[in-house]
Design a protein around this ligand. Sequence first.
Ligand code: NDP
Length: 493
Amino acid sequence: MLRNCSALSRFEPMEKILNYINGALLAPISNEFIDNINPSTGEVYSYCPDSDERDVALAYDAAAAAFPAWSNMSVNERSNILLKISRLIEERNDELALAESIDQGKPLWLAKLGEIPRAKSNIHFFATAIEHFASESHAMGNHAINYTLRTPIGVVGCISPWNLPLYLFTWKIAPALASGNCVVAKPSEVTPMTAYLFSKICIDAGLPQGVLNIVHGLGPKVGSAMVAHEKITAISFTGGTKTGAEIARIAAPMFKKLSLELGGKNPNIVFADCDFEKTVKESVRASFTNQGEICLCGSRIYIERSIYEKFKIEFVAQVKALTIGDPLHESTKVGAIVSKLHFDKVLSYVSIAKEEGGNILTGGKAYKPEGNCANGYFIEPTVIEGLGSECRTNQEEIFGPLVTLQPFDTEQEVLEMANSTPYGLACILFTENLSKAHRVAANIKSGIVWVNCWLLRDLRTPFGGVKQSGVGREGGWEALKFFTETKNVCIKI
Ligand code: NDP
C-alpha cells in the first residue's frame, strides 16, 4: 500500500529509509513511501522510498560525474576504500543481521553467521581480487604483439532480489566498484533495510560521493527506469526468470551488456550408495534453509528406489523436527516467508500439488506461532510424494519450503528427470561412487553441481545457470570481466 509521506507523522519514530545519491541520504523526489512490513509479525515497521525515473536520472548524473576520478584512482586506493567498507560490515555484523532478519524473515542466527559475513567477504574478495586482475598478451613470433586492455565500462546498473538481500546486493556492487565503475543500484523494495544501512557504511568509509548510488523503490518503476536509461550501458540482474526476460527485451535493442542470474528448480539426486546419514541431513538443509527461499535450494529430490522408503521415513522425521517460528529465537530453523504475496503463492502450490494427485507427507499448511508472531507469514516445511516429473509442482519454481520426493531406477532415468525442467541453475548429488559422480555431473544441464555437499562456495568459481536460469556468469574473474570492456591492441614490430 502506498502512503503519502505527509501522512506518516502518526507513525513516527518508525524509520523512513532514504535513497543514497551523490553521497547524501535523500527522500525520493515524489516524497512518496511504501510500507515496509516485518513478515514475522505482518506489521509495517518502516517506510521505503517509492522512487521513480527522476531519482534514477539524478543517480545516473551523480555516478557519471564521479566516474572520471573513481576510474582513474589507483587500484590500491580503490581497494583500500572497499576494504574499509568490508571492515565496517564486520564491525556492524550484529546490527545488520538483526535488520536482515526483521526485514526478510530469516532466522537471526543464519543472518549473523552466514549472510552478513558473506556480504563482508564479497566486498573483501573483490577489493583484493582487483589487485591481481591481469590481462593477457599474445606474441606473434617476432612480427607483432597483442595485448588486452580491460577498462571500466562507466555507469552500470545492479538490481537484486529479496531472498538474500545484502549478500546478493554486495555480490554485484563489489566487482562493479572494484573494477572502476560507478553504480546505480536497486535492492528489492520488499527488503530494503540492509541496503540502507549499507549506504551509511559507505558514507562512514569515505566512499567518494556519486560512486555508488542506491535508489529504492518498485521494480517496474525504478528497475525498469534503470534498464531503459540509455547511458547505463550494463545491467547485472538477479531475480525471477520472467523479470529477466522483460529486462532482456528492453535492453537487447540498446545492445546493453547483460548478466542475468535467474530462477531455479534444482534436482537433488540421492543414489543408494550414498553416505545415508550425511545425505539426509544435508538434503534437509538444502531444502529448507532460509525457508527454501534460496535460488540454489534443492526442490526435487530423486531417490534410488532401493532406499526410497528408508530415506523418506528419515527425511520426513527430520523435517518434522525443524522448529518454525520467531526468527529472532535461537532455536528457530524455519522463519517467516518474506511477504504475504509470496506466502499466498507458496500455499497456492500446495493446492496445485494436491490437485495433481500429490500426497502430503508433512506440512502443507500455514503455521501460526503463539505470541507476537501470530500474524506472521509462516508455512510448515512441506514434503510431497506421488507426483511425476511433468506436473506443475515439479516444473515451476515455487521458491519456498516445499519439496517433492520421487523414486528412480537407473542413472539414465534420473538424468532425464533431473534435466526435464526449463531451468538449469544447480544440481546436488549424493553418491560414494566417484566415477558415477563425474558421469552425472558431466551430463546434468546446470551451471553448478555439488557432490555430497550443498552451498559450499569458493568465491573464485564461476557462478550462474543455463537454460532459463540465466545468461552469463558471476564470481571471480568472470564478474571482473563482465564489469570491464575488453580491447585488443595489436602492435607490429
Ligand atoms: P523479481 O524478479 O521479482 O525481482 C528482482 C529484482 O528486480 C527486484 O529488485 C525487483 O524489484 C526488480 N524488478 C522487478 N520488476 C522489474 C522490472 N520490470 N525491471 C527491472 N527490475 C525489476 O525476483 P524476486 O525479488 O521475487 O526474487 C526471487 C527470484 O530471484 C527467484 O526466481 C529466484 O530464483 C531468483 N534468484 C536467483 C538467483 C541466482 O543467482 N540465479 C539468486 C537469488 C534469487 P521489486 O522487488 O521492487 O519488485
